[in-house]
Design a protein around this ligand. Structure first.
Ligand code: FRU
Length: 716
């Protein structure tokens, strides 16, 4: 946590910089009026000829059904090959025309697949120039941007333009508009800025509507940071930051491609504080007891481990954008699982195309890896390097800095997300890792004496991404333990493990979590011997905030007997109760609360820990509502619903118990002591009172009690 009291006077610096246009503007002496080849403002493509289905009956007027907002085109129409979605294909070909100017300028967006989503200039029957859009990964932008070809050598020739969409799947489309012959290039050029790193943070203004630029920062000619960012040209949506600590006192060169007249590089500043530090964690949309990153995007929790008094939460992190991308390992530590301090980024991708995807971390107590000593054991993390395979890194300073193992990758296969664990009976390390080679979706088990040399042991089919694997005692059955094998979607199997092979129990897969919950992991070396899990509350967004996505509340997992066999239960860790302010609204009623009518409780705040107990009969409905939250239990159907997500739930001894945690952006419901959990974003909060309302309708239905604890912020 960065405390406002530590603030120093800071002024964004614009010191000692120089803007360098690396590529000179292509322009020749003459400056004749441009010649428009096509502006796609008509209702049909004529005289261009469309083949296939991708281009639809004529120019699109912006986005097509199912497409993100398309921006950057001129006038009302454009070529958009998203007709019928990404899987449609086709071509769109111009009539022949004479090349009369030195530059061919056009707007282009969509997929970045050379030869598959592209605009081709065809001269003498062969492709003389070609261009694609900027996107080849999830996320990205549908914005069209100017591009130019220097066709000086082709002046006088006859040419044909062909828009090609031969690509299916993500970003399998191309957008084109405003094709113009000109004496001046309108494409992007390489711009650079030299900057002396004098303050702790480089401030990078981001505009989510701007095109993605790839920025490289070099020190003494060597690229030290390389990332994608939607650099703001004008007013930024938010300002993000890059930690300059490793470079202080050094001269850096920032390079990217931009329109020649762009001012975006000049808007980059320096400061000793993170942007808007005084307001950090006090932003109106900021969750107050769920982890979010100071800036940018997060997804999967990674490397959950307790070491030397600290819980470590690493996480998939895009520090430079509001969407997925640039995968780093962000890092935060906590003494109690609820009060987190964000630390500098732990794993920075080595180079572009080599992102640091998900993985795990362990304390190598006996120093089997040799990275530390027996008295100062190393932390060892395993992660997927997208360009290399499963890699390991180690830290000798409590996770603050990490070194790559020189022998990386340690496992090479088609897969990702290595989960490390210790298996004492064989005194070996185990890696459970997602394998999608040859079209399968499986979890592979490897073993190792030292975390470096791994041997394939076995494969368990039918899982997708982000395995977690651990052993739990079965409560109430002394001596009985079962292994839990889960994957990103939260479904799990119970079974046995002998250090080589996982043998599932009969009964198939089970599900505990529903709603916005994905890629959960549990802590290694939890000091109280608990199995504590954190998931990514996938899809809970924070529009207008400088960050996006949150983690779920940490939960203790247990195995207990349920009505249909042994099942996993999740209960928020007891530490959450330390956030209770002491303000409690409680109602109890002999006659039954909310019976037939609606009882109001409140007004309540927006950070709440609610416990409710209800008796249910044969049929009827329980409802609890709060601003942004609707929870209902259909007794006859035995279904619990929270903000639109439903899951089966049976009463226990004729009762339903609910524990509900409400934060600024989310609600989590734990039913019947954690037999079932639902994570959801808040719905519209509406105006009016902030009342908690309860209603019980039907025979023998009543809320016996509702207790509302007001929670405080974990950030203060
Ligand atoms: C799951 C996942 C992982 C991958 C990571 C990349 O959400 O796709 O499989 O390692 O996210 O961010």
């Amino acid at each position: 946590m960065i405390r406002p009291s530590l603030r120093r006077q800071s002024r964004p610096l614009l010191l000692s910089w120089a803007l360098v246009a690396v590529v000179a503007l292509t322009s020749i002496g003459e400056d004749r009026p441009d010649r428009v080849i096509a502006d796609f403002e008509g209702t049909t493509y004529a005289p261009w000829i469309a083949e296939g289905t991708a281009f639809g009956p004529g120019p699109a007027r912006g986005a097509l059904p199912g497409q993100m907002a398309v921006t950057g085109f001129e006038g009302k129409g454009l070529v958009n090959s998203f007709a019928g979605g990404d899987d449609s294909t086709g071509t769109l070909t111009s009539p022949p025309f004479a090349i009369e100017r030195r530059s061919l300028n056009f707007l282009i967006g969509g997929g970045k697949y050379p030869g598959e989503t592209c605009l081709d200039l065809v001269v003498d029957g062969s492709v003389a120039r070609t261009a694609t859009g900027p996107n080849d990964r999830p996320g990205g932008s549908e914005r069209l941007d100017w591009a130019s070809w220097d066709v000086g050598d082709l002046v006088g020739k006859s040419a044909v333009l062909r828009v090609v969409d031969r690509r299916k799947g993500g970003w399998g489309h191309i957008n084109v508009d405003q094709i113009v012959q000109s004496d001046r290039s309108r494409g992007v050029v390489t711009l650079a800025r030299v900057l002396d790193a004098e303050r702790r943070y480089l401030l990078l203004p981001v505009d989510e509507g701007a095109p993605i630029r790839r920025v490289k920062i070099a020190l003494d000619g060597k690229v030290v940071r390389d990332f994608d960012i939607k650099l703001a040209e004008g007013k930024p949506g938010f300002v993000t930051f890059l930690d300059l600590a490793p470079f202080l006192g050094k001269r850096l060169r920032i390079e990217t491609t931009l329109p020649a007249d762009s001012k975006a590089l000049e808007r980059i500043g320096q400061s000793d504080e993170v942007p808007d530090e005084a307001n950090l964690y006090r932003e109106p949309g900021r969750p107050q007891f769920h982890f979010t990153s100071r800036r940018g995007w997060l997804n999967d929790p990674n490397g959950l481990v307790f070491f030397d008094g600290e819980y470590h939460l690493f996480y998939q992190h895009n520090p430079y954008g509001w969407d997925w991308g640039n995968m780093h390992w962000g890092h935060a530590v906590s003494p109690d699982l609820v009060r987190w301090s964000e630390l500098p980024i732990a794993l920075t991708p080595r180079e572009h195309g080599d992102w640091a995807f998900s993985g795990s971390a362990v304390v190598d107590r006996a120093n089997t890896s040799g990275f530390g000593t027996a008295t100062a054991p190393p932390l060892v993390a395993a992660y997927t390097s997208t360009g290399r395979g499963e890699c390991i890194a180690y830290s000798l300073d409590r996770g603050r800095t990490w070194s790559e193992y020189a022998g990386n990758p340690v496992v090479k296969h088609s897969g990702r997300d290595p989960r490390l664990l210790r298996f004492e009976p064989t005194k070996r390390w185990i890696m459970a890792v997602y394998d999608e080679g040859e079209g399968r979706r499986a979890i592979d088990f490897y073993s190792s004496p030292d975390l470096k040399a791994w041997t394939f042991e076995s494969r368990s089919d039918g899982y997708f991404e982000c395995p977690d694997f651990f052993e739990l005692p079965v409560e109430g059955e002394p001596g009985r333990k079962l292994w839990v094998l889960s994957a990103a979607d939260g479904e799990y199997r119970l079974g046995r493990f002998d250090g080589k092979t996982f043998t599932p129990e009969p009964g198939g897969k089970h599900r505990l979590w529903h709603g916005n919950f994905y890629a959960a992991q549990t802590f290694s070396d939890e000091p109280k011997g608990r199995r504590v899990q954190i998931g990514w509350a996938q899809g809970i967004t924070f529009p207008g905030m400088p960050f996006n996505q949150q983690m779920s509340i940490p939960c203790e997992l247990t195995l207990r007997k349920a009505e249909d066999g042994v099942r996993m239960f999740a209960r928020p860790v007891a530490e959450v109760e330390s956030l209770r302010t002491g303000t409690r609204l409680a109602t109890r009623s002999e006659g039954g609360l909310g019976s037939g009518s609606e009882d109001g409780l409140g007004p309540v705040g927006d950070l709440l820990d609610i416990s409710a107990l209800a008796d249910v009969g044969p049929s009827g409905q329980l409802t609890m509502t709060l601003p942004g939250v609707v929870i209902g239990y259909d007794v006859g159907r035995r279904v619990l619903t929270c903000n639109g997500t439903s899951a089966p739930l049976s009463p226990v001894d004729g009762t339903i118990a609910l524990r509900v945690l409400v934060d600024r952006g989310s609600v989590e419901v734990f039913a019947n002591d954690g037999r079932l959990a639902i994570s959801k974003g808040l719905g519209p909060k509406g105006g009016g009172d902030r009342m908690l309302k309860a209603r019980a309708q039907g025979e023998k239905i009543r809320f016996r009690s509702i207790d509302v604890d007001v929670l405080g912020s974990a950030w203060r």
